[in-house]
Design a binder for this molecule. Sequence first.
Ligand code: ADP
Ligand code: MG
Length: 283
Amino acid sequence: ATPTALMVATGRGAELGIFVKGHRALETTRAADTVVLDKTGTLTTGRMAVVEVAALPGTDAARLLARAAAVESGSEHAIAAAIRAHAGPDVPAVEDFVALPGLGARGTVDGRTVSVGRPPEDTGTLASRLAEWEAAGHTVVAVHVDDALAGLVALADPVKESAPVAVAELVAMGLRPVLLTGDRPAAAHAVARACGITEVVAGALPDGKVDHVRALQGQGRTVAMVGDGVNDAAALAAADLGIAVGSGTDVALEAADVVLVRDDLRVLPATVELARATMGTIR
Ligand code: ADP
Ligand code: MG
């Protein structure tokens, strides 16, 4: 494309609600045949809300939540914000906070080691609650106190209204959508179903997201990856085209080639259309 055509396209992109870093991004957008989408904060609003708390017998649910909120005070994950909002202002202090991207967070609260994160394989008597919540599409996290399971927290995370529409348009344009998430399979499949996506990869740690992008590239695919989180940054950089959701974390915005300024996923097919029009007609 001529420099003028590219400038015009960049201007149109800005009108659509995308920020394109450099002109090569448009060429890659045209070439993309696969769109890998993160779940939390990308296909879903990421405005999570705690819907239920289940504590094991002998554990006080309110205190459990307060301790969980204490640990989450250092995390910028949507799960952390939801747990803090639900716990209210009366939260104990946390020491030795560690964030474990894609896994959760851990710290010392009231002299005990408290962790909040991905549920273990064996949740004992809480297993049926876990299954029920995940079938409903909720994200479920476990709270451990001194390495023993103390309870589960279920969080609702609504699918963006624009998600199924955008996915349908991408498919109509010949792109293959893939849902790639760190969340567990049941919750991932519920969201995928709501969005019209059949290819799902769940339980992927940040490195696993990179591995999956590379595997798709190894099959000869040109991969656009859309994500928002700290856990997506490496995969955004590894993809042929990294697309960050504008409300996402700074590291994701830095790693991306394109930023979706507007919180509407229909901008994705519109961007592909723009790239095809710009790159396809002018040589
Ligand atoms: P996604 O890929 O869908 O954006 P993440 O990789 O951010 O999801 O998180 C994957 C899983 O790791 C979550 O479903 C949750 O179980 C756990 N997790 C990550 N961060 C946190 C946190 N701050 N608090 C609790 N759990 C967390
Ligand atoms: Mg995310």
